[in-house]
Design a protein around this ligand. Structure first.
Ligand code: MN
Length: 194
């Protein structure tokens, strides 16, 4: 994230908000890992969060901390619509175009909330007020980690958040085998912020 984005995000998160967090349709380990990690983090910051998925996600991801609380648009339609309508902020993770959320697109298009996109795929659409897009990242989970680091909140990363982030990085890198795998040092974690 650049300084301007970090600043804008800090401002948006400076008071308690109702936050919807949305993965793409047919979510994979990175989509579920990143949305849950962000949700755990933002709740620790005092926000009211809901992870709202366009549809159900695979059984092998149901163990993840917070997975029980995910609402899906196909099964909990009116509830999901209500949370989208009422949201102050909507984070969209691991996708960058409303074409990736199926039937849920209409609700997102009509939402009054400010959008924050966090994604590592090419050619992002321009629906978000903050577009954190980086194709060099291995995974959206790596980006959520960077986001938390950029906001100076590494000390809030607990076991649940770490498990979620690790799952997404592992699944999106084919267990650390793909090209985008790096051993990037983390600029902020463990150091003090001014
Ligand atoms: Mn991904």
């Amino acid at each position: 994230m650049n300084f301007e984005q970090i600043d804008a995000l800090k401002k948006l998160l400076s008071s308690p908000k109702r936050i919807a967090i949305v993965p793409h349709k047919n979510p994979d380990g990175d989509a579920i890992g990143s949305t849950l990690a962000l949700s755990h983090y933002l709740s620790k910051k005092g926000h009211k969060t809901n992870v709202l998925s366009p549809n159900d996600f695979p059984k092998f991801l149901k163990w993840m901390p917070g997975a029980n609380g995910i609402l899906n648009f196909e099964r909990h339609n009116s509830e999901v619509k209500k949370y989208i309508e009422e949201a102050d902020l909507i984070f969209t993770l691991d996708f960058n175009d409303f074409g990736r959320v199926g039937q849920m697109a209409e609700s997102l298009e009509n939402a009054k909330a400010q959008f924050i996109m966090v994604d590592h795929h090419q050619q992002p659409s321009d629906y978000a007020q903050i577009t954190y897009s980086d194709v060099s990242m291995s995974s959206t989970c790596e980006m959520v980690y960077t986001l938390i680091d950029s906001l100076g909140d590494c000390d809030l990363i607990d076991q649940n958040i770490a498990n979620c982030i690790y799952t997404g990085i592992m699944t999106d890198t084919g267990s650390f085998k793909f090209k985008a795998t790096t051993s990037r040092d983390t600029p902020g974690c463990g150091r003090s912020y001014g």
